[in-house]
Design a protein around this ligand. Structure first.
Ligand SMILES: O=C(O)CCC(=O)N[C@@H](CCC(=O)O)C(=O)O
Ligand SMILES: [Zn+2]
Length: 353
């Protein structure tokens, strides 16, 4: 069976990971009038026939890291629900399972971390660079072909955390000077029942940052539980997120709302690994968001030691195995969001533990 035949039967994930078949770009139209375009392996564009002039352009991506499987299964669910006619999206969509080779090997990456390859176009030294470049082009042409006069662009890049976490689900809002922290985006976080949101304070080389910085998209990296094997993920925890995502693409109106139930953090600094002799003062199973009181030493990088700053800091994504020059941890502090009269984030203040 060809890749397209598999996808038409609702098996987008299986087709994407099936390297026994050559990839052939193809397009077809469903009876409902939805137009489907398979642009690259794992990249499926969906265009409704009757788009309203305020239709959104929504990118839903997964599999940037091959072992983060619940997001991959969620994108498979969205793709099959659409091609089998169970749901009718009202917006333009780009559905992505980014790195099928790493999915097949059940690995985060094969040669290098793809989520550090979105700052600029990459010299094509390995497969991750080739895929990241192809994804950059796919994003550029997707947002570039918007039909709306004032396009509302979204990008939710779905991931899972490597280690345990004090917050099971959380979002990272990339830093950019574009207006990418809208009231609708924060309402989405509320409706999806994400436990926390981190506000980055510097540009990052991530996929979500790319869409925010170069296309002004309302973009988030979203952490959905922990890495696990396909078929063994528990979706009970992720049901509110899945429902909010389906509401976003089928245009169920979601009221603008923000709640203090969502914990807010501001990134205070990024710890970059500079020396091969880098280690944390805590074990690999210490949870994300573990707090260090002011002055507590948490990392050693060659001769440099790192201690928590004034008021204390919590650690997120600590990883001593990263390449030299890459992020080894984010340090965060609790914060409060201040909204303007349109419920847009207009300021951030510190909050205490
Ligand atoms: O659990 C971990 O250490 C990593 C999980 C993951 O892949 N997170 C993303 C976050 C991207 C961002 O900071 O916006 C990553 O590290 O690429
Ligand atoms: Zn990831």
């Amino acid at each position: 069976m060809t890749l397209i035949e598999q996808i038409k039967q609702g098996r987008f994930l299986e087709a994407t990971c099936d390297f026994s078949q050559p990839f052939v770009a193809e397009e077809w139209t469903l009876d409902s009038g939805l137009h489907c375009q398979l642009l690259y392996r794992g990249v499926l564009q969906i265009t409704p026939r009757d788009l309203s002039c305020d239709a959104k352009d929504i990118v839903l991506s997964s599999g940037i890291h091959g072992d983060e499987t619940s997001p991959i299964e969620l994108i498979q669910h969205v793709a099959s629900s659409i091609v089998l006619g169970h749901i009718q999206p009202t917006h333009r969509l780009l559905l992505i399972i980014a790195h099928p080779e790493a999915v097949n090997y059940q690995q985060r990456f094969m040669t290098e971390n793809m989520n550090r390859l979105f700052q600029v176009r990459n010299p094509e030294r390995n497969n991750e660079c080739r895929i990241a470049n192809a994804l950059q082009l796919a994003i550029n042409s997707f947002y570039g072909a918007s039909i709306a006069i004032k396009p509302e662009r979204w990008h939710l890049d779905l991931h899972c955390a490597i280690r345990p976490s004090q917050h099971d689900t959380f979002a990272i809002s990339p830093y950019t000077d574009k207006q990418t922290r809208s009231n609708k985006l924060f309402s989405f976080i509320h409706h999806a029942k994400l436990n926390a949101v981190l506000l980055s304070n510097t540009p990052s080389p991530t996929f979500a940052w790319y869409s925010a910085e170069y296309h002004g998209a309302q973009a988030l990296t979203i952490e959905l539980g922990r890495v696990g094997k396909i078929g063994h993920n528990d979706f009970t925890l992720l049901a509110p997120f899945r429902d909010a995502m389906l509401q976003l693409i089928t245009d169920v109106a979601l009221p603008i709302i923000w709640t203090s139930e969502v914990e807010v953090y501001q990134v205070s600094r990024t710890i970059t690994k500079q020396q091969p002799e880098f280690y944390f003062t805590f074990n690999d199973d210490v949870a994300n968001f573990t707090f260090f009181a002011e002055g507590d030493e948490f990392a050693v990088d060659g001769r440099q030691t790192y201690s928590a700053s004034v008021g204390g800091e919590a650690v997120v994504f600590p990883n001593r195995h990263v390449m030299l020059g890459q992020r080894a941890a984010l340090m965060v502090k609790k914060a409060n969001l201040i909204f303007d009269e349109q419920v847009r984030v207009c300021d951030i203040t510190n909050a205490s533990y």
